[in-house]
Every structure is written in C-alpha cells, then in structure tokens.
Design a protein around this ligand. Structure first.
Ligand code: UD1
Length: 357
C-alpha cells in the first residue's frame, strides 16, 4: 500500500511553494492537499491556484481570519478531526504561517511524523509571529528541510540532530524557474501604465510595519518622497489596506503611489523584474529579487533570510527621508549563486522522503 502524505497549505506563500512538490509526490505516494483557508479571498488564494495550475485541494477547512489563537486553534480542531478519521504517514508543512504551526502541533500530538520545508530560518526577533511559528515548528519536526546553509547552522546551534537536517535549497525558486516563460509574456507597461525600469514595486504587510499608526505614517511619508521621483506600484495586502483605513491615513498617500488589488504570482514576478528597484517587507520577495538580480530594499530591522543580504541584492533600510538619496545611488554588485537555489529543490525533498517512508 502506498504511504499517505499530507501537504498543508494555508496562506499565499504556501501556495507558491507547493506547486512542483505536490506533482512529484503524487507519482509515488497518496497525497492529501489540505488548504486550511487562512487566506480565502480570490486575490489572496484562488488566483494562485489558477495561475500556478495547482489542483483543487482535497480538503478545505475554511477557517478564515481571526486573532492568532483563534486562527491557530480552529486549524488544529479541523486537522485533528481529519487525522482521527483517517491517519497519514507524514505531514509536510511549509514556511512560517499560522497554518504551519497549527498542523505541526496537531500531527505531533497524534504521533505523526512532520517534515518542515524552509526549516532553520531565524530573525532572532520574537516579536514577529512568524519567528514563533518557525521556532515551534522546527522544535517539533522530525525532518528539517533547510533552504540555505545559514538555516542549517541555526538548527545545529539549537541542538538539532544533524541526521534530521537536509540542505535542499529554496523551494520558491522551483516555481519561479518553471514559470519564467509565462512571466516573460506579461506586458507591464501596458498593464500598469508605467515605463519599464522607471517605477518602483512596493509590497507591505508585516504587522510591525502596518499595525502601528506612527510607524505606518512614517513609512507613507518616506514613500511619498520616493514617489516624487518614480511612480510606486503598490498591490496592497488586505491587512495593510484595513490599517490605512482604520488609522484614516488614506489622505496622507500622495498621487505617485498607485494602490491596486493584490496581484497574481506571475504579475508579481514580472513587476519585480521590470522595476527600477523593489521595496518590501515580504520574506519571499527578498529571495525572488536575489534570484532575479533585482535590487531590493527591505523595510525591516532584521531578516530571517540574511543570505539575501550577504550573497544577494537585498538591503535592510529604515523609512527615513535621509535614506532616500542613498537608495537612489545604490549600486548592486552581481549576486553570488546560492547553493541549491536552482529549481530542483522539490526533487531533493522527494528523494529524502522516498528514503524515509
Ligand atoms: C500571513 C502570514 C505571513 C505571510 C502572509 C502572506 C501568519 C502569522 N502570517 O500574514 O507570515 O507573510 O500571510 O500574505 O501566518 N485577509 C483577507 N483575505 C484573505 C486573507 C486575509 O482579507 O484571503 C485579511 C484578514 O482580514 C486578516 C488579514 O488580512 O485579518 C491578515 O490575514 P492573516 O492570514 O491573519 O495574516 P497575514 O497578514 O496575511
């Protein structure tokens, strides 16, 4: 009998990571693709399934939004029901979202093995919900699939057993490599009414940036100065839009900043590739810009992806108006190739899993 593997997806970055692995695993195992429903709207979820041709999930929990405890708790309840009804042999979780944490705890309490894809990343900042999710998930997981050497080192420093750590590379790059030809068909100039390499692509959604009025206003003022030189295309995450409205900050945003709906995966990559540079607080975009050799300014004090700064095109910045000139004069040196960021991470994970199960 074929072994049963659960693949857990819940939020936007998970959908991007699951694409190829889901396909490969199905040739060897019974796979249940489980969507927790953490992200549920057309722009945050459906569009990724269409764009990336991800098959319909086998189970959808529809947990929706809520506080961390509510969201995590609801996912645990739903996943436990499924596991009690029909157990599996391995649960595979991705990244650092609440769905990752919730399903890891649930599986482990039912003595089910867990593999964590994107293990070992650390910002060393426990005020980030994602850091807590990463730490707990790595502590409980049986198999730790690290995207880069710094991840491996973090896990070893925390006392994890070397034989459970697998350096497999960055699974997001698999999807990027596979979809490059579709990305190249996108005409940014026509679609977004800007000139290539003369606009800035912005994404912003971290609670530390958008949940505090003073910080959010400081960022808006900083962006207003930048937008005087080049237009900013800003597909706004629902969290950010909600906060801008809650704090009545919409009037502070000047014309050069073009707020649009969240964009699809393919458009997000095309917007990065054709931009003058990117400003973001997303984890995935720090990695994608490094792979694409696009300059990226990350509006954070720290990053759990230091390899994108050391070997890549990423720079951490503060939203200070005094930084603007430095940003425009910044020259990138050609990034170094990062080991196993080559589009074949899913194959490496499959090989490990075939050995384990
Ligand atoms: C989550 C992840 C974050 C990841 C991000 C990618 C956690 C702790 N955080 O943050 O690591 O970078 O996803 O997008 O898991 N909302 C909608 N439609 C949706 C989903 C959410 O309108 O489809 C709104 C909800 O009102 C919610 C807010 O966005 O209150 C935040 O959503 P949530 O999933 O709680 O966290 P994210 O900020 O998206």
């Amino acid at each position: 009998m074929k072994k049963m593997i659960d693949l857990i997806i819940g939020a936007r970055p998970n959908f991007i990571k699951v694409v190829k692995l889901n396909r490969l695993l199905r040739n060897h195992f019974n796979v249940r693709l489980i969507h927790t429903g953490q992200h549920y709207t057309k722009e945050m979820s459906d569009i990724f399934f269409q764009d990336l041709k991800i098959p319909e999930p086998d189970y959808v929990f529809d947990v929706g939004s809520g506080t961390h405890a509510v969201q995590t708790g609801k996912i645990m309840v739903e996943y436990e029901k499924l596991l009690l009804d029909k157990r599996n042999d391995l649960t595979l979780v991705f990244g650092d979202v609440n769905s990752t944490l919730a399903t890891t705890i649930t599986a482990k309490k039912l003595y089910i093995k867990v593999g964590h894809i994107e293990a070992g990343l650390r910002s060393f900042d426990k005020t980030m919900p994602e850091e807590i999710n990463r730490m707990v998930t790595d502590t409980l997981s049986d198999y730790l699939f690290a995207p880069s050497v710094d991840g491996v080192n973090n896990l070893l420093n925390e006392g994890k057993n070397r034989k459970n750590i697998f350096l497999v590379g960055n699974i997001m790059i698999d999807t990027l490599v596979e979809n490059m030809s579709f990305v190249k068909n996108i005409n940014i100039e026509k679609e977004f009414k800007v000139k290539n390499f003369s606009y800035i692509y912005l994404t912003l959604h971290r609670p530390s940036n958008v949940d505090d009025k003073k910080r959010l206003l400081k960022i808006i003022k900083f962006l207003n100065v930048i937008a005087k030189k080049y237009p900013i295309i800003f597909p706004s995450h629902p969290r950010t839009l909600k906060m801008i409205e809650k704090f009545s900050l919409m009037n502070e945003i000047e014309n050069g900043i073009k707020i649009i709906q969240p964009v699809s995966y393919l458009k997000s990559i095309a917007l990065q590739m054709n931009s003058k540079f990117v400003i973001t607080d997303s984890g995935g975009i720090q990695e994608e810009t490094t792979f694409l050799n696009v300059l990226c300014f990350t509006l954070r004090k720290n990053t759990e992806r230091p390899i994108t700064v050391l070997n890549g095109t990423n720079r951490l910045i503060e939203p200070d108006i005094s930084e603007v000139e430095r940003i425009f004069n910044f020259k990138v040196k050609k990034p170094e190739k990062i080991k196993y960021w080559d589009g074949k991470t899913s194959e490496r994970i499959l090989k490990v899993i075939k050995n384990i199960l």
